[in-house]
Design a protein around this ligand. Structure first.
Ligand code: SAH
Ligand code: DHB
Ligand code: MG
Length: 221
């Protein structure tokens, strides 16, 4: 019952305020058709990501966890002239679908999909002197989120915005006894964020089409 209402309100918001046009719809359909898990951000969340890119006037975006590129398309569309996205994905099949979706959205020239385990790809980015990134979206395997945060900080500068998805997980985040690696990983991520003097952070729990979840938002000082 609650989920029905959350979905109805999400649909209401999406129909009114979120223009999820054909390339985004097709990206969703092609991702589902290819058997990808339906873990992409909701349309309203995608629009929020795009607005955060615009508010930050981000030029360089790093995404950790591409899936079919749905969030990538939202992020990339917030960029101004000359902006770029690097997105990291360990699953070659996911990356292939993402590249197709990104190309159909006319964004192939500004989005680079790197296929590698994110920890390796992040080390390489740091070694190459890539960054600093203006906005970093952490949305891959939650067991590693704490490590993604520390790598993200190495690739940040004052003013970098760090966003992490799925930090609430139907409330499981408050279960100190959980042995679910996604939950323990998220709890370590949240504790690392709390202990990190280089950021000012908060998290918001959300309800919607994807249930009860939330995201963390941090500003690098
Ligand atoms: N950001 C996407 C959803 C990402 S789902 C969106 O909102 O549209 C999480 C993705 O992270 C999956 O595609 C999964 O294959 C990828 N992933 C999982 N572990 C990873 C790792 N160690 N390195 C890179 N990507 C990983
Ligand atoms: C899962 C991962 C996600 O990034 C998400 O947005 C929803 C669910 C998952 O692993 O279950
Ligand atoms: Mg997610």
């Amino acid at each position: 019952m609650k989920q029905e209402l959350w979905t109805a309100v999400d649909d209401y918001i999406t129909d009114l305020l979120v223009c999820a046009d054909a390339p985004l719809q097709v990206a969703l359909e092609e991702s589902l058709k290819a058997g990808l898990p339906p873990h992409q951000v909701s349309p309203a969340q995608g629009k929020l990501l795009q607005l955060l890119v615009r508010l930050r006037e981000a030029q360089n975006i790093l995404e950790i966890g591409t899936l079919g590129g749905y969030s990538t398309i939202w992020l990339a569309r917030g960029l101004g002239e000359g902006g770029r996205v690097v997105t990291l994905e360990s699953d070659a099949g996911h990356a292939e679908i993402a590249r197709d979706n990104i190309a159909r959205s006319g964004l192939a020239g500004i989005v680079e999909v790197r296929v590698a385990p994110a920890l390796d790809a992040l080390s390489r980015l740091a070694a190459d002197g890539s960054g600093p990134f203006d906005l970093i979206f952490i949305d891959a395997d939650k067991a590693n989120s704490e490590h993604y945060l520390s790598r993200a900080l190495e690739l940040s500068a004052t003013g970098t915005v760090i966003i992490a998805d799925n930090v609430v997980r139907s409330g499981a985040v408050v279960d100190e006894t959980s042995t679910d690696p996604s939950v323990t990983g998220t709890r370590r991520f949240m504790e690392a964020l709390a202990a990190e003097p280089r950021v000012s952070a908060t998290a918001l729990q959300t309800v919607g089409a994807k249930g009860h979840d939330g995201f963390a938002l941090a500003l690098v000082l």
